[in-house]
Design a protein around this ligand. Structure first.
Ligand code: MN
Length: 261
């Protein structure tokens, strides 16, 4: 496997997030040239939004470091199709997200979406997230991802990432020395009562609302990303841009044909 020449690093936590610099440092171990293009503000949970109704403001911070007033998807397009247009990136890395992106997190995640956009543009792409426990001291939050990141990325590149595929990596919430190996997993499932709305009241006693997430811990199915993280394993899940449910395709076509026919 050839050393990547140009790596595009994006995230969804924003240009000032500590996980971004941790990933940029790992990218510098892997590739020759690292370009950082990240959102001005925290874009966690925006999924694959693209800014179609507002202009994108681009702020140059360093020679190869930029902030975009937009989403992670905007950042990947700005990097690959504008800033690095002459010689496009041969790898997109999205992260390190502060917090895991496992199970249904994947469909909300701006971090995963950054990698999806890489795959859409035909560039090998990896999303990387660090699971965090509430009691983890802020200074050591990304220790696991920072120490094991280069090795994991390199292993994925050597195995090869197919076209239309991106790889979702989650690092467990533990010290680097406590990691129990690497597991290739499938996307897990959370309990359905996980998501809720919390009502609060403002200074004039009018209600307002926050989307809330229930306890992070749930019994995980074997072989899933959640299961690996609970066992302190680094979880690696291949995801597809094509969301077609192949198994349902034929039976749905049959069912509708008989109705129409
Ligand atoms: Mn985030």
């Amino acid at each position: 496997m050839k050393r990547p020449a140009r790596i595009l690093v994006v995230n969804d936590d924003g240009i000032n997030a500590p996980g971004l610099d941790a990933l940029a440092a790992v990218a510098a171990e892997i590739g020759d040239e690292v370009w950082v293009v990240a959102p001005e503000t925290d874009q966690s949970g925006v999924s694959h939004s693209v800014s179609l109704n507002d202009p994108l403001r681009l702020r140059r911070i360093g020679e190869r470091r930029f902030a975009v007033h937009g989403t992670p998807t905007d950042c990947v397009i700005m990097g690959a199709r504008h800033l690095m247009k002459e010689v496009p990136p041969d790898l997109v890395l999205s992260g390190f997200n502060g917090g895991q992106n496992a199970a249904e997190d994947v469909v909300y995640s701006g971090t995963v979406a950054g990698a999806v956009e890489g795959a859409v543009l035909g560039i090998p792409a990896i999303a990387l997230s660090q699971s965090i426990r509430r009691e983890t001291p802020p200074g050591t939050m990304f220790a696991c991802a920072a120490e094991r990141g280069a090795e994991v990325i390199w292993k994925i590149l050597e195995a090869g990432i197919g076209r239309g595929v991106l790889v979702n990596v989650n690092f467990p919430a533990c010290a680097p020395g406590e990691v129990e190996g690497i597991a290739v997993t499938r996307q897990g499932r959370r309990p359905q009562d996980f998501v809720g709305i919390e009502q609060r009241h403002d200074g004039r006693n009018r209600p307002y609302y926050w989307v809330t997430y229930g306890p992070r811990y749930a019994e995980a199915e074997e072989g899933t990303d959640l299961w690996a993280l609970q066992r302190r394993q680094i979880s690696i899940t291949p995801l597809r841009v094509d969301l077609t449910d192949e198994a349902r395709l034929a039976s749905l076509a049959d069912a509708l044909a008989s109705k129409v026919g």
